[in-house]
Ligand binder design. Structure first.
Ligand code: 5CA
Ligand code: ZN
Length: 407
């Protein structure tokens, strides 16, 4: 599918610092160690409702990862999917009387606009699952040939008993796994499964549901395998970062990691499994199914999109937080202060500020501390401190390149 447009990213002077990131699987912050080309896969939207602030928080976090790698001189190979056929999308389409393809297309287009407005750099490949059903079926056939799957009335399951690394991404115990599996699209209670946690790879055609001809017969892919197939196809095994929100730790990334391991023999399938926190409203996780959403499209119509971005930057990416309107008001004030400061003819030397922002972001994306450092520089500049004529332009460039904020 078409991705979205990229803005130019200014090149910054001086030395960058290697990025350290929290790896859910290792339960610690570790240094990323990409080659000349850093490879990242981030799980995309299921396009049945507009982009909410929670989605934006996740894509924003991984946008910072890409920006820091770029600043360190790496090429960034970034791939994202869109789950453009799945049960929730089909259900919403049926409820609203809109064709499921039209619904997906409309919401993906809105998502592209939201991402562009927030200046989130686009993936090199933006892949709809419906574009790659044949390839996903090939991967499932490969898993079957390795003896890790079984069929149930034409559906194909991955047998968790044949996943020796299962549990290593999430670190969850079986009770927790069973609860989350049921909550997040799994079917622990289906009769005749060998184990309640066996997960669906292929769903045979059902009356009234979309289905594709494939070497597995007519049907459609299960959820987790789509991301394994798309990542493998575009990035290859052992890629640097698999990303998403923390609701994807289990079962999605757990199952995907075992699929990748079974298919390629490589472990870990991704070097880092990194997760953004959940954004909520009124004390609950923001989700399409609960309907408690703050839409990016609405916020960015009513406020400067750069203020929306500053709301995200004001929270550490791994924190869970709740949206309240005071956040956008604070962000607008900050944006106005920064803009006034970079329009001055001079300011305090910004070399130290650049080093500080790089250092804070390289430490597991400590964006709140990076904002505080820029606040302090802006305050000093606006109160008449400093006489460096190059400083305002450098601050403008660093906010753009490292934080994606256009001043
Ligand atoms: N299509 C699948 C991934 S393959 C999916 O989870 N789609 S989604 O539309 O439900 O979510 C898209 C991305 O936003 C995922 O990375 C998810 O973890 C993240 N996300 C969803 N809700 C929130 C939230 N309330 N806060 C933060 N991130 C969220
Ligand atoms: Zn995914």
């Amino acid at each position: 599918m078409r991705s979205w447009s990229a803005q130019n990213v200014p090149k910054l002077p001086g030395e960058s610092i290697p990025l350290r990131l929290y790896d859910t699987s290792a339960k610690q912050v570790r240094q990323t160690d990409p080659g000349p080309t850093a490879r990242m896969y981030v799980c995309g939207i299921t396009p049945y409702d507009a982009t909410h602030l929670g989605h934006a928080n996740t894509y924003h976090a991984f946008d910072l990862v890409g920006r820091l790698w770029r600043d360190a001189g790496h090429e960034v190979h970034y791939t994202q999917n869109a789950t453009d056929v799945d049960d929730p999308l089909l259900e919403r389409a049926a409820q609203t009387g809109v064709g499921w393809q039209d619904l997906a297309e409309r919401e993906i287009e809105l998502f592209r606009g939201d991402m562009e407005a927030l200046r989130i750099l686009p993936p090199r490949e933006y892949v709809g699952v419906t574009e790659v059903v044949g390839g996903v079926a090939e991967l499932i056939a490969k898993l079957s040939a390795k003896g890790v799957t079984y069929s149930l009335d034409g559906d194909v399951y991955f047998s968790v008993a044949d996943a020796p690394k299962f549990g290593q991404v999430s670190g969850y115990d079986e009770t927790e796994m069973l609860a989350l599996f049921a909550e997040r699209g799994g079917d622990p209670d289906r009769a005749d499964k060998r184990h309640p946690l066996d997960w669906l790879l292929w769903r045979a055609e059902r009356p009234g549901e979309p289905a594709w001809e494939s070497r597995l017969g007519k049907g459609r892919p299960g959820w987790h395998i789509e991301c394994t197939a798309i990542a493998l196809d575009n990035l290859g095994a052992g890629y640097d970062v698999a990303g998403g929100g923390s609701d994807l730790i289990f079962p999605h990334h757990e199952c995907g990691a075992s699929e990748g391991h079974a298919a390629t023999g490589e472990w870990p399938f991704a070097k880092f499994y990194t997760h953004a926190g959940m954004v909520g409203l009124d004390g609950e996780k923001m989700s399409k199914s609960k309907g408690n959403l703050v839409f990016v499209s609405k916020l960015r119509r009513e406020h400067d999109p750069m203020a929306v971005r500053l709301v995200l930057l004001a929270h550490h990416y791994r924190a869970d937080w709740a949206y309240v309107p005071a956040l956008i008001a604070d962000a607008e004030r900050r944006l106005a202060r920064w803009r006034s400061a970079v329009r001055l003819a001079s300011g305090p030397d910004a070399g130290e500020l650049l080093a500080r922002v790089r250092e804070r972001l390289a430490d597991d994306l400590d964006s709140p501390a990076a904002l505080a450092a820029i606040d302090a520089w802006a305050e000093a500049a606006l109160t008449g401190g400093g006489s460096d004529p190059d400083a305002p332009a450098l601050v403008k460039d660093l906010a753009d390149a490292l934080l994606g904020v256009a001043l």
